[in-house]
Design a protein around this ligand. Structure first.
Ligand code: PLP
Length: 368
């Protein structure tokens, strides 16, 4: 029997979540963010599954765009951080990509390059995230330079990123949005501002385009779900099986360092999944796991290839029982990757992008 650990990818759920992002913002176009191999789900498969729905895709770098082009994805692809060196513009032009510009050197490179056709360009302004983008006071001058070069630069959009869209009713978010509204009005610019939390919770931030990422994969980025985010469906189910069972006496430790000690005579199940697969080693005792669709919890430190769960209250569980580490259980029960992340002191993004190549992806659905 093969090692039972598998990442099941439900492409129908991906399509459902994409439609939700689109329907929440009926006056916007939704760019499907496929960076980091579609947050660990497989960018090529996800792009194909969204091809008839999404007007464009977004990735972090040209190498990720090339993977999609080689797989026959011919929709527009936005490079969210633009080029990393000027020589990339040849490939941008040849592949028909759209670029972001966030720094003066990128603008200079773009304006001294002769493309076959004008390159659609998203101008990133730093409205408060203080990571990438031009300072607000420089934006008009940059915008003028680019709009004066229409033989080299195609459609211009104003782009920015929110630092706190996940915290509902947040003053800092409102300050960023007010700045951006004023800037967009002054320039008469179409905007692309909203990430997943802003797509889900801040209709005021919806622009010509939105950039939903993690919500497409079924994770709720909001601090406190809303009606929209409760409709998200998990796309990845990380599943495995119990490969061994043992009884331990009260007081006996389990696993490295004996972090967990049996509070009573206990039944321990060993699951084929560990940090060598990308399951987070920071998972605390008590991190939820489904066994045959019923909730139980991690007991003991995660090892490289295995982890241990408490089966004491699940007497029917045995070798071969199905284990759901996150996603859709075999019955009705679900275990959200967001809940698992909280027990690992992290966020769903790191768990999903962290599933390593050793874990086979198995695709379901997705036919249009
Ligand atoms: C990753 C990314 C997104 C998507 O963010 P989510 O929180 O996953 O929706 C949007 N915009 C930019 C610039 C990004 O880098």
């Amino acid at each position: 029997m093969a090692r039972p650990l598998i990442a099941d990818i439900d492409l129908d759920a991906l399509r459902h979540n994409y439609r939700l992002a689109r329907d929440l913002a009926p006056h916007s176009q939704a760019l499907a963010v496929l960076k980091a191999d579609a947050y660990g789900h497989g960018a090529v498969a996800c792009a194909h599954a969204l091809l008839d729905l999404a007007p464009a895709f977004a990735v972090a770098c040209i190498e990720e765009a090339e993977v999609l082009r080689r797989a026959g994805i011919d929709k527009p692809i936005v490079l969210l951080e633009g080029i990393f060196e000027a020589t990339e513009l040849e490939r941008v032009d040849a592949l028909g990509l759209w670029v972001t510009v966030h720094s003066h050197w990128q603008v200079d490179a773009l304006l001294s390059f002769r493309p076959q056709r004008p390159i659609p360009t998203w101008v990133k302004v730093d409205s408060g995230m203080h990571r990438l983008g031009f300072p607000v006071v420089q934006l008009s001058a940059v915008w003028q330079r680019l709009s004066a070069a229409s033989e080299r630069v195609g459609d211009l959009h104003l782009m920015s990123h929110f630092a706190t869209a996940d915290t509902l009713d947040d003053a800092y978010f409102r300050r960023q949005l007010a700045l951006l509204d004023e800037l967009a009005a002054t320039l008469g610019a179409p905007t692309c501002l909203a990430n997943s939390p802003a797509t889900l919770a801040w209709p005021q931030a919806h622009g010509a385009w939105n950039r939903p990422g993690v919500m497409l994969y079924g994770s709720d980025p909001l601090q406190g779900a809303n009606d929209a985010s409760r409709r998200l469906e998990p796309v990845m189910t990380l599943r495995s099986e119990i490969i061994a069972v043992r009884d331990v006496e009260a007081g006996e430790p389990v696993g490295y360092g004996g972090r967990w000690t049996a509070p009573r005579r206990s039944r321990i199940g060993v699951v084929a999944a560990g940090y060598g697969d990308g399951y987070d080693r920071h998972a605390a005792d008590g991190t939820p796991v489904l066994v045959d669709g019923r909730r139980t919890a991690i007991a003991g430190k995660v090892s490289m290839d295995m982890l241990t769960v408490d089966l004491t209250d699940l007497p029917d569980a045995d070798i071969g029982s199905q284990v759901t580490l996150w996603g859709q259980g075999p019955g009705e029960e679900r275990l959200s990757v967001d809940e698992v992340a909280r027990h690992c002191d992290t966020i769903s993004y790191t768990l999903l992008t962290g599933v390593l190549p050793r874990v086979p992806r198995r695709y379901h659905g997705g036919a249009s």
